[in-house]
Design a protein around this ligand. Structure first.
Ligand code: HEM
Length: 249
């Protein structure tokens, strides 16, 4: 605990820095919402990365109780991010168009924290690396790409528990889901992962719906087809066998 007498709430939280970083490029009223929505999302993503990185280590160390606690927190973070779309949905197309040209080719597509979350979880799409060339995030993302993901660590755990997953992990998950009391912690971990992916999917869905509401089918500022691209991302599955096992039961 700090004993500094001149210490304060603002200093501890570095509020002067944080609260002076909302610099609108236009004098348009609604640009403030747009900036704060992105900044707060990035802050929550920072916490998600912190939790996911440690959850992955915990799984590697067979400490499933702590891993599950952290995964539960990440699901709540995404729940929070999902509710936040309701604020952005108040941004109408005319309000957005009024400041859109000011930020040129800037796009959430360049969010390296979002990409790191995807890589950490297991959606390792290498093609996204090039977006970050020349930025410190490139090395960080490359490392994330080369490090076993949270799901890779979960599959390694299955092997340590005696399951043969050389021909895929579906039979192992089937056994676990059919005999939950024999494999309770693995079952509980699997359900925590499904929970997390469920919330993550909702984030993607809320994003694409909000985007369609605001820009329709216009191209994105990052150069993709916009809604078409984002809709294609809805098909990405992070933990495929945990969804397939539902059909196999
Ligand atoms: C009116 C608000 C928004 C619009 C119109 C919008 C539009 C788009 C579009 C069209 C894309 C596809 C890439 C491109 O061509 O630019 C995209 C990607 C992305 N946006 Fe947004 N967005 C909005 C709000 C947000 C917010 C609040 C966040 C939170 C951080 C965000 C994060 C992202 C991320 C992470 C991607 C990459 C998704 C992926 O590659 O799967 N966006 N956005």
């Amino acid at each position: 605990m700090s004993t500094k007498t001149d210490f304060s709430y603002g200093k501890y939280l570095e509020l002067d820095e944080i609260l002076s970083a909302q610099n609108r490029l236009t004098d348009k009223h609604d640009e403030m919402l747009f900036i704060i929505q992105h900044q707060t999302s990035e802050l929550w993503m920072k916490l998600a990365i912190h939790e996911l990185t440690h959850a992955r280590v915990a799984i590697k160390n067979d400490d499933l109780e702590h891993a599950m606690k952290m995964l539960a927190r990440v699901s709540r973070i995404f729940e929070q991010l999902n509710s936040a779309w309701d604020v952005l949905r108040t941004l109408t197309p005319d309000e957005y168009t009024a400041f859109r040209d000011a930020f040129g080719a800037a796009s959430g597509f360049q969010s390296w924290q979002y990409r790191e979350i995807e890589f950490l979880l297991g959606n390792k799409s290498e093609k996204h690396l090039k977006t970050h060339k020349g930025h410190f995030a490139y090395d960080r993302l490359k490392k994330a790409l080369d490090t076993p993901s949270l799901y890779d660590q979960t599959l390694a755990l299955l092997t340590r528990r005696g399951f043969d997953i050389s021909k895929g992990s579906l039979p192992a998950w089937k056994t676990i889901y059919q005999n939950t009391s024999d494999h309770w912690d693995l079952f509980a971990l699997a359900e925590k992962l499904v929970d997390l992916e469920d919330y993550f999917r909702r984030w993607r869905f809320n994003h694409v719906t909000t985007v369609e509401r605001v820009i329709g089918f216009k191209h994105g500022s990052g150069g993709t087809a916009g809604v078409g691209y984002l809709k294609s991302m809805l098909d990405v599955v992070l933990f495929p066998e945990l969804w397939d096992v539902r059909t196999a039961l």
